[in-house]
Design a protein around this ligand. Structure first.
Ligand SMILES: C=CC1=C(C)c2cc3[nH]c(cc4nc(cc5[nH]c(cc1n2)c(C)c5CCC(=O)O)C(CCC(=O)O)=C4C)c(C)c3C=C
Ligand SMILES: [Fe+2]
Length: 515
């Protein structure tokens, strides 16, 4: 982060500190939705750090040699390296790549149920154990309250999220890139909160008889709230089904340090900053990395997201410096939600502070996500751009998301090929996960169980997915779920109002919904 970047954490800019659309719930100063980590949590945190250090120190399996993979067609000859690393895997394997992503509403009607799924995830709204049973009720209430504003955002970008289309295009491009390198793999899209759900993708993996599965979250940096949440769901699905339980897999948990990804990001930034019609004076443009935020409590509990993000930005900037692009840069965090403290500096505060400090040219770089989505197309392109202009920024540019950028896709294909020899071999080989190359990522290559044990050990209980999956998200199910949840909410509020304070009441008070 630049020196300037570290100075913009102040929340005292002109006007309200929160972005105007996403953050209607402004966090109270030092907001305490979740208390600072108590002693036992700090202990757990240091245990987790020690465990991570042990994992990264674990001896790496031998490096994969590409020429040992043979054959096109629906099967992969695991070859000497692959078979050895896989601990005696059969000679022919069916390879699958499971791309994990968040998902987004396809239409305006999908917005509320999509938000429900998101807020029902205990990795997104983390309640104290005693009140976790309230999660569906709270999810219903928050999704209902947020839906109208959220719908406006999706309406502004064409009536739905482009995430499914782009992720499917990425899957096709990845399949083609692997094919060019002699690997015949099927690529599946597994969304966490909307169609095609992870359950559908996993059903297809089973149907296609995949024997070796490379799990690739489409998040460059690991966070418990994104990759961690998807892995937790995956863990349950793999365990539940005896056929799937036999599918050997490996997870590439984060890949922000891969050379192809870093190069592709640097290419996009270099091209954008060199557009004279946008930036008449190229060297004056501030390269402004805007990452999706997470609550600070996640980081305090061991989420490597912030560390990985900072390292990622440093790597991209180092690549740009090598190319002679010497512009100043800043890293800030956007899209905060709810009444807790999120990673700082906040993007809106940073924009104001930079403008106040005399910056007149700003190049926004979305860094935590590889597809265009509501937070690039609406939040950055509309809200932050408007804020920047109001604050005195005269020249504004935005780097496009990677989408199907060939350098990026080929690098993902390389990551898959490098991971293949470790499919099914990691947990058994060292009694723990190994590290393909610890300098590539703070989170070592691993298997779902082992990664969750390290990064998400305390939250093993998932909300019942039947609301959207087993019973299907039908109109009547939605209506009845809503009615039941609202009735429960009213009962709880009445109970709390007569007996004193409680979690729901406190939450609603903080949101200003009740006095
Ligand atoms: C690295 C990326 C992301 C992190 C980390 C992340 C954490 C996180 N998100 C929310 C709440 C919301 N996220 C929403 C949409 C959304 N989030 C991401 C990525 C990350 N989220 C993406 C790509 C999208 C957009 C999907 C699309 O439809 O295009 C939303 C809904 C949008 C809205 O209402 O504004 C919410 C809400 C939390 C609370 C959180 C960490 C705890
Ligand atoms: Fe999000």
């Amino acid at each position: 982060m630049s020196a300037r970047g570290t100075e913009v954490a102040s929340t005292s800019g002109r006007g309200a500190p929160q972005p105007r659309r996403l953050c209607r719930w402004s966090p109270p100063e030092g907001g305490a939705w979740r208390q600072a980590a108590p002693h036992w949590q700090q202990q757990q945190q240091s245990q987790r750090r020690a465990q991570r250090a042990r994992l990264q120190a674990a001896p790496s399996p031998p490096f994969f040699e590409r020429q040992e993979l043979g054959g096109a067609g629906a099967t992969l000859d695991a070859g000497a390296g692959g078979a050895a690393a896989a601990g005696g895997a059969p000679a022919t394997e069916r390879v699958g790549v499971l791309l994990l992503n968040l998902g987004g509403p396809d239409s305006l009607d999908d917005v509320q149920p999509f938000l429900y799924n998101l807020f029902a995830d205990p990795d997104i709204i983390r309640l104290p154990p005693a009140v976790q049973f309230l999660q569906p009720v709270i999810a219903q209430a928050i999704s209902t309250l947020r839906a109208p504003k959220s719908r406006e955002g999706y309406e502004a970008i064409g009536g739905g999220s482009p995430l499914r289309r782009i992720t499917e295009e990425q899957a096709d491009a990845l399949r083609d890139s692997l094919q060019r390198q002699g690997i015949d793999a099927r690529c599946y899209v597994a969304m966490r909160y909307w169609f095609p759900f992870t359950e559908e993708a996993i059903a297809a993996v089973k149907r296609d008889g995949i024997t070796q599965l490379v799990v690739l979250p489409l998040y460059p940096q690991f966070s418990v709230s994104t990759s961690g949440s998807s892995l937790r769901l995956l863990e349950r699905l793999l365990k539940e089904d005896p056929v799937l339980a036999r599918v050997k897999h490996v997870v590439i948990p984060s890949w922000y340090a891969r050379p192809g990804y870093v190069r592709a990001m640097a290419d996009l930034i270099q091209a954008e900053v060199a557009r004279p019609e946008v930036f008449p004076e190229q060297s004056a443009a501030e390269i402004f990395f805007s990452a999706h935020g997470v609550p600070v409590s996640y980081i305090e509990e061991g989420d490597p997201y912030k560390e990985e993000m900072e390292e990622c930005v440093a790597l991209v900037m180092a690549e740009l410096r090598r190319r002679g692009v010497a512009n100043h840069h800043t890293l800030a965090y956007q899209s905060r939600v709810g009444p807790v403290e999120w990673l700082k500096p906040y993007t809106d505060d940073s924009i104001r502070e930079l403008a106040k400090g005399g910056v007149r040219s700003l190049l926004a770089v979305p860094i935590s996500f590889v597809s265009e989505h509501i937070e690039t197309l609406e939040e950055i392109d509309c809200e932050y751009r408007e804020l920047a202009e109001e604050s005195g920024i005269e020249h504004w540019g935005r780097v496009p998301a990677l989408n199907t950028n060939p350098t990026f896709i080929d690098d993902l294909a390389d990551a898959v090929m490098e991971a293949l020899p470790y499919v099914g071999s990691l947990a058994r080989s060292s009694g723990s996960v190994g590290s393909l190359n610890s300098s590539d990522s703070l989170v070592p290559l691993g298997e779902v169980d082992a990664l969750l044990e390290t990064y998400d050990r305390d939250r093993k209980v998932l909300p019942p997915p039947f609301l959207v999956w087993k019973w299907g998200w039908t109109r009547s199910a939605e209506t009845w779920n809503g009615r039941i949840a609202m009735l429960a909410l009213v009962c709880i509020l009445l109970l709390e109002a007569t007996t004193g304070r409680g979690v729901v009441m406190s939450l609603l008070e903080v949101h200003g919904l009740v006095k």
